[in-house]
Each structure stands twice: as C-alpha cells, then as structure tokens.
Design a protein around this ligand. Sequence first.
Ligand SMILES: Cc1cc2nc3c(=O)[nH]c(=O)nc-3n(C[C@H](O)[C@H](O)[C@H](O)COP(=O)(O)OP(=O)(O)OC[C@H]3O[C@@H](n4cnc5c(N)ncnc54)[C@H](O)[C@@H]3O)c2cc1C
Ligand code: SF4
Length: 574
Amino acid sequence: MNSHVLEVIRSPKVYDVVVIGSGAGGGAAVQVLTGKGIEVALLEAGPMLDPEKDYKEHMLPHHVDHRGAGEGGAHYFGRQPWGFFRAPNGAWDLEGEPYTVAPGSEFRWFRSRILGGRTNHYGRISLRFADYDFVPYSMDGLGTDWPLTYDDLAPYYDKAEAFIGVTGSIEGIRSAPDGIFQPCPPPKAHEHLIKQACSRMNIPCIPMRRAVITKPLNGRPACHYCGQCGRGCITASNYASSQVQILPALKTGKLKIFDQAMAREILSDENGRVTAVSYIDKKTRTEQQIRCRVVVLAASACESARLLLNSRSSRFPQGLANNSGVVGRFLMDTVGLGVGGYVPALEGMPHYDTDGFSGGHVYSPWWEWDKKNKEFPRGYHIEIGGGFGMPGVGSFQGQVNRIGGYGRQLKDRIRKEYGSFVYFAGRGEMIPNNLSYCELDPVTVDKWGIPVLRFHFKWSDYEWKQARHMERTFVDLIESMGGQVLGRRSPRQDGKGISVPGTIIHELGTVRMGNDPRSSALNQYCQGHEVPNLFVADAGPFVSNPDKNPTLTITALAWRTSDYIAEEMKQGHV
Ligand SMILES: Cc1cc2nc3c(=O)[nH]c(=O)nc-3n(C[C@H](O)[C@H](O)[C@H](O)COP(=O)(O)OP(=O)(O)OC[C@H]3O[C@@H](n4cnc5c(N)ncnc54)[C@H](O)[C@@H]3O)c2cc1C
Ligand code: SF4
C-alpha cells in the first residue's frame, strides 16, 4: 500500500479495544467485552447486514430469474458456483482480492465480506473437541500439545452453547463430549435406515449438534423447520454472530461498528505494544487510523496471519508478534471425502415435509479413538445427507446423466427416485506438516495495494490412508442398506480423492499458541508472547485440527480470551 500518497486520518478517540473481523471469533469478543462495559470499535471489511433484506429464506426458485442461476443463467455455464439463494457476500473468489497458490500446491479459500463473516453461511455443526484432542502429541507422538486442556475450555463451551443455542443429546461418548443442549428434532426418514446400518457396523449415530434453537432463547423464536439455513435465517433461529451477538451488542452503547473498513496494518511502538490499526475506509477510499489500548484480531485464521505479516517494523521485521517465524506456518484444513448412494428401499415414499433444519439431524462421532495400531493416526466423524429438500437449479442433473433419455419416462423415474439418495461425508483430522503454510506473495497485491497470501499445501500419507478408510466405511454402509454406490472416488496418493485443500473451509493454525515463545506466537490466552496487548480470537491460534468442525471452539476460545482481556484491563496490565 502506498500509504505515503494518501492522507492518513487518525481518530482522536482512543478505544479500549479494536476488534478486527466480525465472524465467530469477533462476534464472541464483541459480545463479551461490551457486556462487561468495555468500549469496542469493530472493524469489518464487509458491509452491514440487514437480515430482512439480505437473506433469501422462504423464496421459491420460480420467484427469481433463471430460478436463481444468476444473471443470464450464469450457473448453467459454471460461472456462479455459489448460488443466488445463499446468504450474501461469501465466495470462493472475491473481486479485487486475489490470493495465489504456489506451483505444485492446490488451495481454495472461501471468504465472506459482510457483518458476521462466514457465520452467515456456515453449516452450524457445533462439536466440542474431546479431552484427548488437546494432547495429540502425548497420545501418539505427532504434532504438538495445546497449552490448555479440555477442562480449561469446558466452562466456555458451556457458556457458548447456552448462549448461541446448540441441539444435541447426552450420550456419554468420549469422542463427542456432551454439552448444554437444545432438544434435537427426530431423525428424517432416510436417517432411520442409516442408523440401522450404523448399528450393524457398530458405528454410533446420534442426534446432531447444530447451532439451531428448537426452543425460544433470549428473544429468538424456535426454528420453524423451513430447511433453508444456508440462505440465512431471518428469525435468527440459527446462529450467526451478526444477528445473535453483534447487532444486540449495539444496544449496550459500548460498540461502534466501522463497516467496509479493511484493516491494512497493526501499528506498534518501540516497546512492542500495539497503538493503533490502520485501515482502508472503502466508502471514502481513504486510509484511516484508529487508536486503542488493545487489539483483538479475528479476521479469520489466514487473514489474521496476513495482517500480522503485513505489520512489519524494526522491532518485528518478519511481521508483528512473529520473531519466532511461526506466523503463517502449520496451516491445516479438514480431510474431506464423500460417497453417495442410491437406496431402492427409500423409493416411492410419500412426498411430505421432512426438511427439518438444514443438513442431517444425526451424525456419527469417531468410534475408533481408543483402538491401538490403527492404519492411520487420529480419526474422522461422518456427516449425513439425503432426504427430499427443496430442489434447485441442477438438483437432478446427476440423475439425468445416469438415467439418460428424456420426456415423461425420465420425469417419472426422477419422481420415483426422489428422496432415495444418501450421502456420507467424512471429516477427518489432518496432522500439521512443514509443507503446508501461507506467506506473503512477493509480487501480488489486492486492489488497495495490500500484499496478498500465497498458499502452499500438501496432504501427507496419514491423510491419504484416512481417506481410504472413509471410503471403505461409506461403501460398506451403503451396501448394508441394500444401496448402490454412486461416483466412487478411490483416493490415491498420486491423484485425486481427498477434498481439495481449503474446500472444507476449516483452514486454521496459522498463528499458533503454545507455552514456548520460540515455537508459538501466542500464549494460552491467545495473547501475543511478544506483544501483550495483541490477542487473536479466530482459528489462527489452534494447535491441531481435530475432526470436529472448528467454530464452536473458536467461540469458546474467544470467550475465554475476552474474559482474560477484561480482567487484565481491570488490573491495568494491558
Ligand atoms: C459453507 C460453509 C459451511 C461451513 N460449515 C461449518 C460447520 O458446519 N461447522 C463449523 O464449525 N464450521 C463451518 N464452517 C466454517 C466456519 O464458517 C468458520 O470456521 C468460522 O466462520 C470462522 O470464524 P472466524 O471468526 O475465524 O472468521 P469469519 O467467519 O471468516 O469472519 C472473519 C471476518 O473478518 C473480516 N475481515 C477479514 N479480513 C479483514 C480485515 N483485514 N479487516 C477487517 N475485517 C476483515 C471478514 O470480512 C469477515 O467478516 C463453514 C464455512 C462455510 C463457508
Ligand atoms: S430451518 Fe430453522 S434455523 Fe434454518 S433457516 Fe429455517 S427457521 Fe431458520
């Protein structure tokens, strides 16, 4: 950024805390800090959100041009893979904000630019990490242990679940710790068959833990089971930080939101303390500085790493809080593999509303966590798909390709088969490795002149072995239901099969925490070892990426960090 050609406007006011980013981590930080009377300025790169206008819940495909396939039917031509009906401003590619991928690597990065970040878009699966997930190195000698334990985080999982609302049931399974749950809706029709297949194979299949409320909570009405969570929920019956934490926090009078404010650099003084954040005000295309006592960085794991790497000074020549050189390293995503099947036993069911909330009402937590001498380390859980659901553009393309033909015969067959497909998606743990990281691209900048990230990524033999185990399991499940496997992928070391890195959208680990400042950027409170008034409240601090989806843990950690900040501010330490 050519900051010397712009006039930099400094805020006269000094905020207690500047929070950068309004997703899961930023939302929790804003809620907890303002709730304690701390004055917060929130910088969000995207615009404000108006759920009534911006969410597309309850619209039918025929209400919009090309049934939601985008302008000119772009989706038919593969140009708009993220459909019209999705919650707004999230995409695989953002105009003017590129990233690069090093030769020999593959990586895709889904980003959101709107109040609430990706919590407007996410699947809301909300799983606690297990106690053993915090000590991976002690368990099998791979990776690194976290600087905190399950017991340290458990009270914050409790608070997070009770506040945002998560469905579930008490099961007593060590790989799926129980929590404070809302009642879960009953299994959908196909899920009954899946549960039976799981039980034949000794795989647990339990009610889903999802951030949807089935009973009213804090003024939010219960879910009315329209099955359209991915479009955003106008009644806030599912969790998005925008609706559940940030907009309510405005009522405290302690929050000022700066939307369309893209943080460019965090400024620090000669003592290594953060003093201000420099940002681009997209509305006026000016550079501004906002002063503060504390910064909470919650721009998402990779954006937070980028911002630190872009905040260089004589004291921090490799980027702020990065004298250890770990910022950007240990990038992980989740190992993903899916297999679908056609189950004749489900054919011809009456077409009634089985939508419930979006996604499965049941899932399978990892069942071999205590098995010795497994063929791969760690494990995965299974997410389950199927049922009727609202058809959209391209919903039946697979069947058209498989069945062939046209006209009445084809339509009758599609109607008969409707609802008789099931899908199993494995979500597994990746072991951090030295070949997977992000760094600043030496050449490419975004439309504001800010250097962008370049990604390097490699799955190791551990992940390929795990993917092969997933595939075998899913094939066995489908066949045990009397089904026919469709589109088998056969993951191979030298080819395709595991999800493209980044596409499970659980990228994390790039600002790792630890006890040793030589090998970590943050301590157990996600506080900079070298910069005591800098905190990171997204998935950057994660030390490992257990099979459980990360967002509930982002919220719990951000809550714990925010409690700690409030206490440290009270004591005058920061
Ligand atoms: C389709 C989809 C399904 C998913 N399903 C699940 C699931 O079921 N369960 C689960 O646990 N996780 C899921 N995830 C992942 C989940 O969305 C993320 O883990 C979570 O939102 C991350 O929270 P965050 O606060 O770190 O970042 P984000 O939610 O990404 O928020 C970051 C915010 O920071 C802003 N920002 C970025 N850079 C800057 C900057 N320089 N200045 C100012 N603001 C900035 C962004 O605009 C954004 O609003 C899914 C994600 C997607 C997209
Ligand atoms: S299914 Fe429930 S939570 Fe999801 S959008 Fe509909 S009402 Fe909201």
